[in-house]
Design a protein around this ligand. Structure first.
Ligand code: UT7
Length: 334
């Protein structure tokens, strides 16, 4: 929609008063890798991995499953559930760090695969915060009138970015895609995004530059304890900030879906936030592992499918990771 300005002034766009999630869909890599299989590559144990992370098994993509195939599958489900056709999508935002092609973007390939027509399409690199970065941007696009319906997809094949001989990371990561459609709403349904970065800590989780001629594949490197401390202190404060800027008390929250990085991080955040016991808390990591940008929408879909959460409930989501970057907001579940 465009708002006509007084003569001589620029015409600007203006969209819906509010935005909301219209549908969510997910796709998990079909190969199940349990801790015993993981321990064929690293010196570890099922007991250690369960105790330190809560992970029992993780999902990896097979050779046939790619970021594109998984993103498209998740997006189709989200569109179906939103009751929208692919050509009603005005913008596609893909958050990924494992689309191993500089250009075209994965978002453009998804738009082509789904037959979306000619939407705006671009990727963002915000790692485990990518879902909330994308939803924050999509909400602004809808309210500004730059788009009516926006497809936001978080997708990763982290198993292909993981050094299987690195016992400090190998057991964590997984492959999958989660998508939501963000569109117009008559009522407020997406709280203000709380987002940011810690630029001074960019080496805490990183892949080395992809230098031409370098035979060493640039796998993920992580200082796990530093991330753990940051997540359980600064990020727990940011989660509280998400509630405050949305005007909610902890007692008014129904669901908590933190990035699925470690169940001990989730436990620590719960203590910090003092959420009531009635709040449903996602533990999707147990059978999925950490799928970075896909983890929150996948966890959301799982809670809705199992009936542990229902449409219309209020959920706090927060992502954090490589960058370091973080983002979260309060959402009404689709
Ligand atoms: O999504 C992106 C964000 N990423 C995260 O949020 C990850 C945050 N970090 C973590 O989740 C945890 O730091 C890890 C799960 C990665 C590691 O757990 P930790 O409790 O921080 O372990 P640690 O690195 O402090 O190591 C504790 C001990 C060490 O032995 P000593 O020195 O106490 O004898 C390690 O050598 O555990 C040893 N260790 C292992 N033992 C068995 C380290 N890795 C392993 C392993 N198996 N895989």
């Amino acid at each position: 929609m465009t708002a006509t300005a007084p003569a001589g002034m620029l015409t600007t766009s203006q969209g819906a008063q509010y935005a909301r999630l219209l549908g969510v869909g997910g796709y998990r890599g079909s190969r199940v890798v349990d801790n015993d299989e993981m321990c064929t590559w690293i010196d570890s144990s099922d007991e250690w991995i369960r105790q330190r992370t809560g992970i029992v098994e993780r999902r990896w993509a097979t050779e046939d499953e790619t970021p594109l195939s998984m993103a498209a599958a998740a997006a189709r489900k989200a569109l179906d559930r939103a009751g929208l056709a692919a050509d009603q999508v005005d913008a596609v935002i893909c958050s990924t760090v494992s689309h191993f092609q500089q250009t075209p973007s994965l978002a453009v390939l998804v738009a082509d695969e789904l037959d979306c027509g000619t939407p705006a399409a671009f990727d963002i690199s915000a790692a485990c915060a990518g879902f909330s970065y994308g939803v924050g941007m999509a909400e602004s696009l809808v309210r500004s009138g730059a788009a009516i319906n926006v497809l936001v997809i978080g997708v990763e094949t982290l198993s292909r970015l993981t050094d299987l001989s690195d016992r400090s990371t190998a057991f964590l990561f997984s492959d999958g895609a989660g998508a939501v459609v963000v569109g117009p709403s008559d009522t407020p349904a997406i709280g203000p995004v709380v987002w940011g970065s810690e630029p001074g800590d960019h080496e805490v989780i990183q892949t080395r530059p992809w230098e031409v001629g370098n035979p060493e594949f640039p796998y993920i490197e992580m200082e796990g304890q530093k991330v753990f401390r940051w997540a359980t202190t600064a990020i727990a404060d940011k989660a509280r900030e998400c509630l405050r800027v949305a005007g909610l008390e902890p007692e008014q929250l129904d669901v908590f879906i933190p990035h699925q990085a470690n169940n001990r991080i989730t436990d620590s955040m719960l203590r910090h936030l003092k959420l009531p016991e009635s709040v449903t808390v996602s533990r999707d990591i147990t059978h999925m592992g950490n799928s970075s940008a896909a983890s929150i929408p996948l966890a959301m879909e799982a809670l809705l499918e199992s009936g542990e959460a229902t449409s219309g409930q209020t959920a706090l989501v927060i992502g954090f990771g490589a960058g370091l970057v973080f983002a979260g907001q309060v959402l009404v579940l689709p």
